[in-house]
Design a protein. Structure first.
Length: 248
């Protein structure tokens, strides 16, 4: 099952999405820092916070929504969904395979984001000081933190034939996620809201957003633990949905 999903991935447009969105964040952050050298004068700290701000609030999560919709698009064409239901051995295998295959371009998206940021800061902006390799650690943590959103977008993309509808729902989720991260009252929800978990993970140790946590073992483990627990709940719901869905 996983091998078949990987073969589908090779011929999909997910790689374009995973490449363009992080580069867009890096480009906007680079331009913003270059145009405001007097205000953003903290070197690498200012630059990484600039590229992370909108990427963490919007681009990364929307990218996951687009990738998930693309990964399920083939199943909603013709009789592919019926064929998939009749040939899939176990619903659990299908649910897990979809999550894992979506995670591949998501991890690539983070690789492009980290590599692009470090390259732009060094070669384009010529920032002084040591390259902040901890930024790569944050990128790796964010891949694991993305699991809940990957799982929920996979479920939505399975249930909805429309390509755009799950992405639109993801966008609304980003709006709620921003509110949970920035509001004192709603902040406890940021540990169970998938888009908010993404934002918190990407801003660990960053100056872009206050109260998102530092780059410490405890803060990282808290986010990863919340992400894994929420992912398990969503995957279980997906397995139940596959078992009860009717042929189309």
């Amino acid at each position: 099952m996983l091998r078949a999903e990987i073969l589908k991935l090779k011929r999909s447009a997910t790689w374009i999405i995973a490449f363009i969105l992080p580069l867009l964040a890096v480009t906007t952050g680079t331009i913003n820092l270059a145009n405001n050298p007097d205000t953003l004068d903290a070197g690498w700290a200012s630059f990484t916070s600039q590229v992370t701000l909108f990427y963490g609030l919007l681009f990364f999560s929307i990218g996951i929504g687009l990738i998930a919709s693309t990964a399920w698009r083939m199943e909603h064409r013709g009789t592919n969904w019926n064929l998939l239901l009749t040939t899939a051995g176990k619903p659990a295998k299908l649910a897990i395979a979809k999550v894992l295959v979506i995670m591949i371009p998501v991890a690539f998206m983070q690789l492009v984001f980290v590599a692009g940021t470090l390259t732009s800061g060094s070669l384009v902006l010529g920032l002084d000081g040591e390259i902040p390799w901890q930024f790569a650690v944050v990128g790796a943590i964010s891949v694991l933190a993305a699991l809940p959103l990957v799982a929920i977008q996979s479920l939505l993309s399975m249930l909805l034939k429309s390509f755009a509808a799950p992405v639109a729902i993801c966008l609304l989720g980003c709006v709620v996620g921003v509110a949970t991260v920035t509001s004192e009252v709603l902040r406890p929800l940021s540990f169970i809201w998938p888009q908010a978990i993404n934002t918190r993970a990407l801003n660990l140790g960053s100056t872009a957003l206050a109260n998102t946590g530092g780059l410490t073992v405890l803060d990282a483990l808290a986010l990863i633990g919340a992400a894994l627990g929420l992912t398990l709940v969503i995957v279980t719901a997906t397995i139940s949905a596959i078992r009860t869905v009717k042929l189309r």
